[in-house]
Design a protein around this ligand. Structure first.
Ligand code: BG6
Ligand code: MG
Length: 223
């Protein structure tokens, strides 16, 4: 018998939505663990460590903002040129980790949900803080699953600011109240709420306050 980490209960999504907006890291693919490993490697190289719980704060926020949190935890003060260098180093390590990703790394339930949404005429967008989003979509051959892609290259403000989700709704030409967001980060939940959208949390309820519904993974959802 195949054992899976997800719950046996299926949660039904609201039927009145016209658009689904998906976060990428930690929702469609398990790259949140790669971000964690790369940040941990950087912190360790600077002589300190941080907890799994502190890492929750890094989820969903931009590379530069994540570095600011990290340096703050380590009490490290650096000029901005050095910060750029460290952010680039972390990204190099992150890219090494994602280099081997394929179609098979898309998390369980993602393709099924995307196909079900498309079959019902629900528009789909990616709403990610990552500047590597297009690369991950290419590795996993998922770009064609989305009607619009808004990523870290097309926003100026990091989640919890709602810019990424507002841009996605605009790109899809769907009112915010008709959009449903899928997010694994507290910053992302807050961004969706600030955008005026309902949001499904992916992960543990304690880490996803304010979500309209929380499930362990996309595999636990039916449309
Ligand atoms: C988010 C991740 O999706 O993208 C964060 O949750 C990450 O952990 C952020 O820092 C920016 O990603 P990137 O790939 O541009 O460094
Ligand atoms: Mg995420």
């Amino acid at each position: 018998m195949l054992l899976t980490a997800h719950s046996m209960t299926q949660h039904t999504l609201p039927t009145d939505k016209k658009a689904f907006i998906f976060d990428l890291d930690g929702v469609l693919v398990d790259t949140a663990t790669f971000h964690y490993q790369a940040w941990k490697r950087l912190a360790n190289s600077l002589g300190f460590d941080f907890t799994w719980q502190q890492n929750e704060k890094l989820k969903g926020v931009s590379r530069q903002q994540s570095l600011e949190y990290l340096l703050d935890w380590g009490n490290v003060d650096l000029p901005s040129t050095e910060k750029q260098r460290l952010a680039a180093r972390k990204n190099d390590w992150y890219l090494e980790l994602v280099a081997g990703m394929t179609h098979w790394d898309v998390l369980p339930g993602a393709f099924r949900l995307l196909r079900a949404a498309q079959a019902k005429g629900i528009r789909t967008a990616l709403g990610s803080a990552s500047k590597n989003a297009q690369l991950i979509l290419a590795h996993t051959r998922t770009a064609e699953c989305f009607d619009a892609v808004i990523d870290g290259n097309s926003v100026s403000r990091s989640k919890p600011h709602p810019e990424v989700f507002l841009n996605a709704a605009r790109a899809l030409d769907v009112p915010v109240s008709d959009c449903l967001v899928f997010e694994d980060a507290q910053a992302g939940i807050e961004a969706a709420i600030a955008a005026g959208m309902q949001v499904v949390g992916i992960g543990h309820p304690a880490d996803l306050k304010g979500a309209d519904m929380v499930v362990p993974g996309l595999v636990d959802l039916t449309l």
